[in-house]
Write a protein of this length. Structure first.
Length: 293
């Protein structure tokens, strides 16, 4: 593990489309030695008990009237973060930066992050701010990264993104990214049609597979014929983007039962019934808006 990756007194930005998996990866690498306090957009009942067993804890960022809930307003979140890091030491996990941007505007969230950076400097805490990079523009992510350097949370370790700069600053041949490569997960970086050679297609398929997406049909096509592989890739690339957006929306949709949520996540990873999932999420959002009005 890189020295200083989770140095006390720092704030880090962690891109993630699956915050529950990322949180549990953090527990595997740091949970035995460091208390982790998580503010999550996911119903805590859907998160393994490891994340809430003393000295760890979880609080739900939601408007619902439940115990240990945190109202998703910038003022309230800032106040709770300030009180939390005033004493002791540990890691504070803050999810949902993309939701805060949607509800408060980017400039307000940027000021919020700057404020967290300021109060964190003299503390013994590391604050990790988590969000899905595909839900904000590249320029917005770049501005957030200037305040909170990014890190990647994987299955086995937490790697400081800056230390990977030498290997990924120059994009691989055939891979084009709309923004900084280090902040764009493989499923969100575009691959132009003119660059769809065997090595590039295989690297992309393996990257998608490493995130858990079922791309067996693409891998089979790559082994048979390049034209067939290109056709399969173009179809699957759009499915990956749709599935990624759905996964983020599923995390934000509070009124989905656990069985339905699990089924929807499974279908997203299998890249099946995506149109149905989009329709269900649209209906849920419309119903919630009507209830608020």
């Amino acid at each position: 593990m890189s020295d200083g990756v989770l140095e006390p007194g720092t704030v880090r930005l962690a891109p993630s489309i699956d915050p529950v998996t990322s949180l549990m990866a953090l527990h595997r690498t740091h949970g035995k030695l460091t208390p982790i306090r998580a503010f999550t957009r996911t119903n805590p009942k859907q998160i393994p008990d490891t994340a809430r067993t003393t000295p760890h804890s979880i609080q739900w960022i939601t408007d619902r009237d439940v115990d240990q809930a945190i109202r998703p307003t910038l003022e309230n979140l800032f106040s709770i973060i300030e009180r939390t890091i005033r004493e002791g030491r540990g890691i504070l996990w803050q999810e949902g930066v993309e939701l805060l941007v949607r509800t408060n505007g980017f400039e307000s969230v940027l000021k919020f992050v700057r404020g967290v950076v300021d109060i964190c400097r003299t503390s013994e805490w590391t604050v990790i701010i988590v969000g899905a990079p595909g839900t904000m523009s590249d320029s917005e992510w770049a501005r957030l990264r200037r305040e909170a350097p990014s890190l990647t949370i994987g299955d086995t370790d937490i790697i400081e993104s800056e230390e990977l700069e030498d290997t990924i600053q120059e994009p691989e041949i055939g891979i084009h990214s709309d923004g900084p490569v280090k902040d764009v997960p493989p499923m969100l970086a575009r691959l132009p049609s003119e660059s769809m050679d065997y090595p590039s297609l295989l690297r992309r398929a393996e990257a998608w597979a490493s995130f858990g997406f079922d791309v067996a049909s693409l891998i089979d096509a790559i082994s048979i014929d390049l034209d067939l592989a290109r056709e399969a890739y173009q179809r699957i690339e759009q499915d990956i983007r749709t599935a990624t957006e759905c996964l983020v929306r599923i995390e934000d949709a509070e009124y989905i039962s656990s069985p339905v949520r699990m089924k929807m996540r499974f279908r997203c990873m299998q890249l099946t019934s995506l149109e149905d999932i989009v329709s269900i999420l649209d209906r849920i959002e419309e119903e919630n808006l009507s209830a608020i009005k």
